[in-house]
Structures are given as structure tokens and as C-alpha cells.
Write a protein that binds this ligand. Structure first.
Ligand code: AMP
Length: 143
């Protein structure tokens, strides 16, 4: 098996994130790889279809700040350098693809709920990341 040298782990900042991070840590140690953490903050406007007559900038800023704070805390816990703690805004799948290309990532790690039936039709972030990925993708089954 070839070695991975730069691993991107995508975390959603729910209580499930540590499961994905622990697997990423194991892969990092096994491959002596560099680890990059990413959380993608979805633009609040998306959730409301952009038709609320309100300035959502402050809310967006708060979400960005909360994401950065949580990333920093995981960064300390998992010994990830500051420049490898990335909070970005957009759609998770496309931002993860973009970063994987820009940062020369050779393995992306995401969580997967193993959805079945109707839920599967709705799609998942893991599926979106897998389709169109330029590198290997490891889907960690969330318990
Ligand atoms: P989901 O399909 O949305 O339940 O998410 C499954 C996995 O996709 C999570 O465990 C994360 O690895 C990744 N993911 C979901 N949302 C985000 C996000 N906003 N930023 C980074 N990764 C995410």
C-alpha cells in the first residue's frame, strides 16, 4: 500500500466529529502524514433561500467565530498546526474538493452514517465528497 503524506479530515463540529478525528489520527500515525482539519461553514443565506429581508452578516460572523474556536480546540487536542486548521465558507463538498486540490491532499477522511433507502436518496456529504474527488476518500462509519 502506498503511503499517504497529507490527510484532510472534514469535521462537522457535531458530537460525532471525535469519531472521525480519532480515525484520522490513527491514519496520520500509520502513515506519518501531515494532518489538515477543515470545517465548512454553510452560508446562512442558503438555509433561507436568500429571501429573508434581513442582514445576516452578524449571524454569519458568529458562526465563523464558533467554527474557528472549535477548530482551534481540536487543533490543540490533536496537535494540528494553526495553518492546518481551516474554516471556510461554502458548500462542504465543493470546498473539500477545492482544498484537496489546492493543498495537494492525497487522502480525505469524512464521516458516513451508512444511510439506507429513502435517506440515501437525499444524499450525504460523504457521497458528495466521493463523487468528483481527485484523491482517495475514507468514509468513517459513524456509530
Ligand atoms: P453528513 O452527511 O452531513 O451527515 O456528514 C457526514 C460527514 O461529512 C461528517 O462526519 C463530516 O466528516 C463531513 N461534513 C459534513 N458537514 C461538514 C461541514 N460543514 N464541514 C466539513 N465537513 C463536513
Amino acid at each position: 500500500m502506498s503511503q499517504y503524506s497529507k490527510i484532510l479530515v472534514a469535521i462537522d463540529l457535531t458530537e460525532e466529529a471525535p469519531q472521525v478525528l480519532k480515525k484520522a489520527q490513527m491514519m496520520r500515525e500509520a502513515h506519518q502524514a501531515e494532518l489538515v482539519l477543515v470545517h465548512v461553514v454553510e452560508p446562512v443565506g442558503y438555509a433561507y433561500g436568500g429571501d429573508i429581508p434581513m442582514d445576516l452578516t452578524e449571524l454569519q460572523d458568529q458562526l465563523d467565530k464558533a467554527a474557528k474556536a472549535q477548530l482551534e480546540s481540536y487543533g490543540k487536542e490533536y496537535n494540528v498546526s494553526k495553518e492546518n486548521q481551516i474554516a471556510t465558507v461554502g458548500r462542504p463538498e465543493s470546498e473539500i474538493h477545492r482544498l484537496a486540490e489546492d493543498m495537494d491532499i492525497d487522502l480525505v477522511i469524512v464521516g458516513s452514517h451508512g444511510r439506507k433507502g429513502f435517506q440515501l436518496l437525499l444524499g450525504s456529504t460523504a457521497n458528495g465528497v466521493l463523487h468528483g474527488s481527485v484523491c482517495d476518500v475514507l468514509a468513517v462509519r459513524i456509530q
